[in-house]
Design a protein around this ligand. Structure first.
Ligand SMILES: Cc1cc2nc3c(=O)[nH]c(=O)nc-3n(C[C@H](O)[C@H](O)[C@H](O)COP(=O)(O)OP(=O)(O)OC[C@H]3O[C@@H](n4cnc5c(N)ncnc54)[C@H](O)[C@@H]3O)c2cc1C
Length: 367
């Protein structure tokens, strides 16, 4: 077997970024393999027969404050300047999520909302984001009432469905991802750069991999027999070490896709169902690139535990005991300097796409 100069395992954003940097800036050959029959990892999408761009592994919206990442991607895609909005079904109404001042006025009578708005601004300030667990610590009677309402109606059941745990049992970094926003800004993200690749994520990643120094082999799983000088592994770190210390836990999602023969299914690209049903949210794909098709496609998300061989690893479950387990695997990597672990699975971190790219860019700079 010929020894490869650089082997990259995984063709998601992490693998594609490191492969491109090595190929372009070091002018070295890179082989990228992926167990899946397509490139793109979890960000993979495709255009269906109605020309609607479907995100096979659930809705993906690109957002970042990193100029470095945004400029890096500019070579590989043009962007549809999409600003993401999410609503949640709350007491029979679809209100903006994250819960903000508009949600407050939609749910409560004006005199109550007005008082709560004043209390929130006095305590935390305008345009501030407050994690629910912090809001719950307040001693103010009115704010305690609001905190309990939001906790019960938005966070508790949603978190139980999504993570199989209560909000206080998951890592603060996870529950803080959707804070209460003391603002009238209905957008889900406030990042400087937001958008959807005009020709989809798969095309973007294919463009990243389109370089004379890069070879891509799909439907190819990593095997210990492969020979390489350097390995960049974006698969799950526990799998690489053959589960020596046990499996790292992940959450998975079962996605049910449905097509309807009418224009729009719902009033926002994503609608959360915190208290109703077993699914957490419904995503409607034509919103992302403003598709004008006569039909529409939605996906219902049913979170479930990851089980080896049964479903996909989606989200690392960030909590102390899992971090300890991950650190044991990380310790093993110190003896193998020619192997780098990165990405959502390699680092066992809840990366958004921009953070996965940034991590790969930084790894390259430090190599
Ligand atoms: C439901 C969901 C929604 C999300 N929404 C957003 C969003 O809106 N915005 C955002 O910024 N981020 C979002 N993300 C996060 C985003 O998907 C990740 O940041 C991104 O996929 C990370 O890329 P990666 O390359 O690290 O991992 P992945 O995309 O998972 O790629 C890893 C690749 O490695 C391959 N692989 C693994 N093991 C092996 C092996 N042994 N041999 C060969 N190949 C292997 C896999 O097949 C896979 O293709 C979402 C994630 C999920 C799960």
């Amino acid at each position: 077997m010929i020894k490869m100069k650089n082997l990259v395992v995984g063709s998601g954003f992490s693998g594609a970024t490191i492969a491109r940097k090595i190929a372009e800036e070091l002018n070295q050959k890179v082989v990228v393999i992926d167990a899946k029959p397509h490139v793109g990892g979890n960000s993979y999408d495709y255009f269906d027969s109605n020309n609607i761009c479907i995100h096979k592994y659930g809705t993906h919206i690109f957002h970042t404050n990193s100029k470095l990442v945004w400029n890096f991607l500019a070579k590989f895609t043009k962007w549809y300047t999409y600003q993401h909005k999410v609503k949640g079904l709350l007491d029979g109404q679809y209100v903006p999520i994250p819960f903000n001042l508009n949600s407050l006025y939609q749910i409560f009578p004006a005199c109550i909302a007005n008082n709560l708005e004043k209390c929130l601004i006095e305590k935390f300030g305008f345009n501030k984001k407050v994690p629910i667990l912090e809001l719950r610590k307040t001693k103010d009677e009115d704010l305690t009432f609001l905190a309990e309402y939001i906790y019960q109606k938005i966070f508790l059941e949603y978190t139980l469905k999504q993570w199989g745990m209560k909000p206080e049992e998951i890592d603060a970094s996870v529950s803080e991802r959707v804070p209460i926003y003391i603002s009238r800004d209905d957008r889900y993200f406030q990042d400087r750069y937001q958008g959807i690749p005009l020709e989809g994520y798969t095309k973007l990643i294919s463009n990243m991999l389109d370089h004379p120094n890069i070879g891509v082999e799909l439907s190819t799983s990593f095997s210990k027999d492969m020979e390489y000088e350097k390995l960049f592994y974006t698969g799950s770190i526990d799998e690489f070490f053959e589960y020596k210390f046990g499996q790292l836990p992940y959450r998975s999602i079962k996605l049910d896709f449905l097509e309807f023969s009418y224009d729009k299914f719902q009033e926002a690209a994503v609608i959360n169902y915190p208290c109703n049903y077993d699914f957490t949210r419904i995503g409607e794909y034509k919103w992302f690139l403003n598709s004008q098709a006569n039909k529409t496609v939605v996906s219902y998300e049913y979170p479930e535990q990851f089980e080896l061989g049964k479903n996909e690893r989606y989200y690392p479950i960030i909590k102390d005991e899992n971090r300890i387990l991950y650190n044991k695997y990380l310790e093993l990597t110190k003896d193998i300097p020619n192997i780098h672990f990165l990405g959502r699975l390699g680092d066992y971190k809840y990366y958004d796409m921009d953070k996965a790219i940034e991590r790969a860019l930084i790894l390259f700079e430090n190599m």
